[in-house]
Design a protein around this ligand. Structure first.
Ligand code: NAP
Length: 340
């Protein structure tokens, strides 16, 4: 990776974009020049890269001349409209949105799972759903050893997964509650929520993404659909309930997984301890288990609460936590760029 790359970030001012800048810096990605792109609202503002000011430019179809790698993180519509222009200009696109994830011509990659798939790209490589990527960091090594058949899971997803405005909504609602010096049982605020359909502070919302006719949400089906593609496991089944919680950063997922081969807690722990990008924090007697507050800002995901699932014949229950702005988005995208 000695050759310098001309890199562009689309959505550089967003929650993920900011982390992409940081990941390129911290991982010493060989950036020759960095182009920061966002909407007209941000054009002319500056962000720092390696101590230098970089002026943000408005994204247009002509933004990609001379760009080698374009990291897209500005929503599916923008990716659909502008990624083809980036590819035509000769760039390889790593896309954070869901626009191309299930497109057969676009590899969907978690480097610890299927880095080889990067080679099959035709210009666009998709970055997986954050909850799926974090779950697979623990599930895939277990699958390789014991053969997963299906999972039942519930997610506890941080507001930063929805972007910068949702972070502000939780902060604003928390401040509003504190200012009014309310009693604990008067947590319902007068102000109207703007990002989520219901107040997120002091609440949990069993609603992430839009509902399908089946009653599941689109987000909930990503674990099965994207999990099958990433693990090359077409028979994988996942029944998931995704929940938004008043946590700023890092998603948690409670998973019960059923396996083909006999599994034990000891054998699972031995596998997970060797898994790349994953820490095992599993000492409940000493109150040690992965927590979003502790994992926020860290590259590695963490797994704990390992136990035999008492409602399955050959199942393991566990708890995975990962910083979704990093492993679920920016870090994974930069790792993909490194694979190139
Ligand atoms: P965000 O904080 O709301 O940021 C959105 C970014 O898109 C901003 O930089 C914004 O620029 C830019 N943008 C909006 N409209 C634009 C336009 N017309 N032209 C050019 N740029 C435009 O959102 P985010 O959380 O970073 O998410 C970005 C993408 O990553 C989404 O597709 C999301 O699904 C995906 N993703 C997010 C996460 C996560 O944890 N947040 C995880 C995985 C994937 P302005 O500041 O100029 O408006």
């Amino acid at each position: 990776m000695s050759q310098l790359k001309q890199v562009a970030i689309v959505g550089a001012t967003g929650a993920v974009g900011a982390e992409m800048i940081r990941c390129l810096e911290e991982r010493n990605y060989p950036v020759g020049s960095l182009k920061l792109l966002a909407s007209a609202r941000s054009a002319g503002k500056k962000l720092k890269f390696k101590g230098e000011d970089v002026v943000i430019e408005e994204l247009t179809k002509d933004s990609f001349k001379g760009v080698d790698v374009a990291l897209f993180s500005a929503g599916g519509g923008i990716s659909r409209d502008f990624a083809p222009a980036a590819v035509s200009a000769g760039a390889v696109v790593v896309d954070n949105s869901s626009a191309f994830r299930m497109d057969d011509s676009c590899p969907l990659v978690v480097p610890e799972v299927n880095a080889e798939d990067v080679k099959k790209h035709q210009g666009i490589i998709a970055n997986p759903n954050c909850t799926t990527a974090i779950s697979l960091m623990a599930l895939y090594p277990l699958h390789k050893a014991f053969g997963v058949t299906r999972v039942f899971a519930s997610s506890y997803q941080a507001v930063s997964g929805t972007g910068a405005q949702a972070i502000e909504e939780l902060a604003r609602q928390s401040r509003e509650w504190a200012k009014q010096d309310r009693a604990w049982d008067a947590a319902k605020l007068d102000s109207k929520p703007q990002v989520y359909p219901w107040q997120i502070a002091f609440n949990v919302l069993p609603h992430v993404d839009s509902f399908l006719d089946t009653g599941y949400t689109k987000e909930e089906m990503k674990m099965e659909n994207e999990g099958r593609k990433i693990m090359h496991h077409p028979g994988f089944r996942a029944s998931v309930t995704c929940v938004r919680v008043p946590v700023f950063r890092a998603h948690s997922v409670a998973i019960s997984a059923e396996f083909e081969k006999p599994i034990s807690v000891e054998a699972a722990r031995a596998v997970l301890e060797k898994a790349p990008g994953l820490d095992v924090i599993d000492d409940p007697a000493n109150k040690l288990y992965p927590l979003p507050l502790e994992i926020a800002g860290k590259d590695n995901c963490a797994v704990g609460r390992l136990r035999m699932d008492c409602a399955m014949d050959n199942g393991l229950a566990f708890w995975v936590v990962g910083d979704q702005l990093l492993k679920g988005a920016a870090l994974n995208a930069v790792q993909i760029a490194e694979c190139l």
